[in-house]
Design a protein around this ligand. Structure first.
Ligand code: GAR
Length: 214
């Protein structure tokens, strides 16, 4: 991991990961399974959700990981919610913030606070099909190959530097659920691998180039 000044943080213990999630949390479950291995290099120390009914809350409880709900309903406006969300995340002192099915757009104030330390997993091969419906949009476009992307979060919607990608075939009889499930199998493996590599070897950014290790 690198600090905002660009220097890797020396640490003998696991890197602290906070996962932001809105729904089911199968990507979170994969990270929670991975961190059981002491050599993984990363540990999920907190789960933060905007959704009080998120299945991810059960996963966190079962894993003995602290969780917090930061609902938009409890804040006057989106700016205040972003501040509340950032405060909730900061409490865990994260080295890395992972958006794993987090379906809200983060304000620049949030992104600045954890600059270069927020990554997102997206269910398409960016820069194609950004946004909330990456699988549906790929299917509607008729692509024969889609996939998943792990990228650094910047102020845009799914526009930040790409860290890792995996391709997934689109089959003739696919609908959105079947294709999404195939993408998610690849996505979970890619996210687990990428978070572990970042934790162990560091993430370095130079313009649009995101590189793990040196
Ligand atoms: C994942 O496929 C993730 O890429 C997607 O939501 C799913 C969450 O699944 N995120 C987005 O579409 C964000 N634009 P999960 O809750 O089972 O991990």
């Amino acid at each position: 991991m690198q600090t905002p000044s660009g220097h890797p943080v020396e640490s003998t213990s696991a890197q602290r990961v906070v996962v932001l999630v809105s729904g089911l949390g199968s990507n979170l479950a994969a990270l929670l399974a991975a961190h059981e291995d002491g050599s993984y290099g990363a540990r999920v120390v907190g789960v933060v959700t905007d959704n009080p009914a998120a299945g991810a809350l059960d996963l966190a409880r079962d894993a003995g990981v602290a969780s917090v709900v930061v609902s938009t309903k409890d804040f006057e406006d989106r700016a205040a919610w972003n501040v509340g969300l950032a405060e909730a995340v900061a409490v865990f002192q994260p080295d890395l913030v992972v958006l794993a099915g987090f379906m809200r757009i983060l304000a620049p104030t949030f992104v600045r606070r954890f600059e270069g330390r927020i990554i997102n997993t997206h269910p398409a091969l960016l820069p194609s099909f950004p946004g909330a419906h990456g699988v549906r949009d790929a299917l509607a476009h008729g692509v024969k190959v889609t996939g998943c992307t792990v990228h650094v979060v910047d102020d845009g919607v799914d526009t930040g530097p790409i860290i890792a990608q995996a391709a997934v075939p689109v089959l003739e009889d696919d609908d959105e659920p079947t294709l999404h499930e195939r993408v998610k199998v690849a996505e979970r493996a890619l996210l687990v691998e990428t978070v572990g590599r970042i934790a162990r070897d560091g993430l370095f950014l130079a313009g649009r180039q995101a590189v793990i290790g040196r």
